[in-house]
Design a protein around this ligand. Sequence first.
Ligand code: BMA
Length: 319
Amino acid sequence: MLVKYEQNPIITRKNIPVVNPHLRDVSSVFNPGAIKFNDKYLLILRVQSRGRETFLMKAVSDNGANFEVDNSVIKFDGIEKIKDKIYHTYDARITKIETYYYLMFAMDMDSGCRLGLARTEDFDKYEFLGIVSQDDSRNGVLFPEKINGKFLRFERPNSVKLKGGPSTGNTIYLSESDDLINWKYVEPVMSGRFHYWDENIGSGPPPIKTKEGWIHIYHGVATHFSSSNIYQAGVSLHELNNPAKVIARSSLNILEPREIYETVGQVQNVCFPSGMIVEKYENGFAALDSKVFVYYGAADTVVALAFTTIKELIDAAKI
Ligand code: BMA
């Protein structure tokens, strides 16, 4: 089970500086992407203004827990060329592939939700690469390397409408691409388990390579409670050469809303992991004893942190 940081939440709306003209005394900050950059811990935060507009902001830390938030919002150069209205860009996942850091995020548009892709080398300038999903889809996570000559991602088409809530989905797909822009589905990877903790599912942070397979933290939504949907996290392990093949998948969740900052807020009962930093790699594989920092949005209101190790994640997938 993930161990929650005692001083959670680590980032709240009070940490967000005024950025004129839209950001002052913001409503919430949650669902961050995470990566190590220049030996620092870097988050891309989803910030909601009082106008309920969404902004992405960078935050940086020396120790992974105390973050300094930039006093500007992220701009994607080239996004203005999209003529259709983009209402919100949010829930960015970060993957390093060769020299670039890629951000894959959700974009709410009139046609539904689409995946967008941007890249950066320095987290100062960001280049928008395009809309990279045909269908209504969310929770796109890029693998950090090509496998069998293809770029791969997990994504979760939005095919289910929650009562009174957003459209979501219950099947994660593997998709492949030659150029990161044009994608096609390869096959379904895993589906929700009705009546249990993970009825609807979607990827959390991008997958991490270990000697035993790809470690994949995902969120699961229990929808069978009358008053609220409960967002939790679990873990699965996937074959290195074909991540569509699930080696193991946790029957128990490894993170669930229990604390006040998770159970009370804009959306109650939400733990939504979206960033993960692994401290130690050996020959390109995450080391079994490596400490792991998991960053998650709590109650769609604040950012929280939890700890684990690679070995604990692999073991949890097998229970
Ligand atoms: C999901 C997404 C997330 C959000 C979560 C809980 O469907 O919209 O961005 O954090 O619901 O509201």
